[in-house]
Design a protein around this ligand. Sequence first.
Ligand SMILES: Nc1ncnc2c1ncn2[C@@H]1O[C@H](COP(=O)(O)OP(=O)(O)OP(=O)(O)O)[C@@H](O)[C@H]1O
Ligand SMILES: [Mg+2]
Length: 315
Amino acid sequence: MEAILKIEHLSKTLGSREILHDISFETYGGEVFGFLGPNGAGKTTLIKVVVGLLTLDTGKVTIAGKDLAKDFEAALANLGAIVENPEFYKFLSGYDNLLQFANMRGGVEKERIDEVVRMVGLENRIREKVGRYSLGMRQRLGVAQAILHRPKLLVLDEPTNGLDPAGIKDLRDVLKNLAHKEGVAVMVSSHLMSEMELMCDRVGVIANGVLRSVHPIEELVSAAGIGQEEFVFSVDDPEKGAEVLSHAFETEVKPNEEGKLDLTFPKEEAQTSLARANRILIESGISLYTVSKKENRRLEDVFIELTRGEGKQIG
Ligand SMILES: Nc1ncnc2c1ncn2[C@@H]1O[C@H](COP(=O)(O)OP(=O)(O)OP(=O)(O)O)[C@@H](O)[C@H]1O
Ligand SMILES: [Mg+2]
């Protein structure tokens, strides 16, 4: 598959500080790629380079095969973006704003306006003045405007900032549909792992201007232990308990520092496995004092680990 956005060894210094260091990655049509990093990591700076608002110092950015530095206009022809909040004429309707923009831009048929309005789910409200739109609606109108010219790449910097949960969900559905149904390469930035989990197919983790790693989202989710449940068994004979449970579940169980036994089961089998463990212990003459469930490691913990650790491996 050919990459829609290709970034090779990109570095950028602002003032005397290197803000981005040797960044390379690719994004493809049909996927939502999340660019995840804490405040000050360099997300906005990278996005500004990709959309041509900042020039790069070294490296290469290619959009749909066109070199951004050498073939600026051709590269930008394949790009739609929202970097700061999209600006609209508040006294015009959503539709007239799009029409205005389409006329300015040129080469956009009327049918395309109706099409993008449908894609962002604004068909019922598009004749209302933008001044009356909620932030979420304005954001979706921004997406509509950004995709009018059928770009292959859509880039948004922290698009859900300030939106309420319903607004976030609406926008998320719009972006996922654009990628999964229309084949657009969508790239979004965020500092929230939980948000990336729901929106993205792959995530690149950036910290201090360095791209630490790129993961399919399932990998991060399984690293966070979602989909599994962990239990702690307290028994009268931990050594023997560990032995029978190891044998029964074909996994190594050892007493922890507190002399208790930790066992992890896939979520969907947790109940039956728990009952089975219980039965096995009793049948082996071991007294079970208590079983407690451990809290899952949260996604945000994995994120913090990834951005703090020195390129720690997960998964
Ligand atoms: N014009 C500038 N001159 C010098 N340093 C800058 C400039 N713009 C940004 N920086 C610095 O570059 C670093 C990265 O900033 P950037 O805005 O790209 O981060 P970010 O990941 O988007 O953060 P946030 O989550 O807060 O939006 C920060 O340390 C910031 O202070
Ligand atoms: Mg930013």
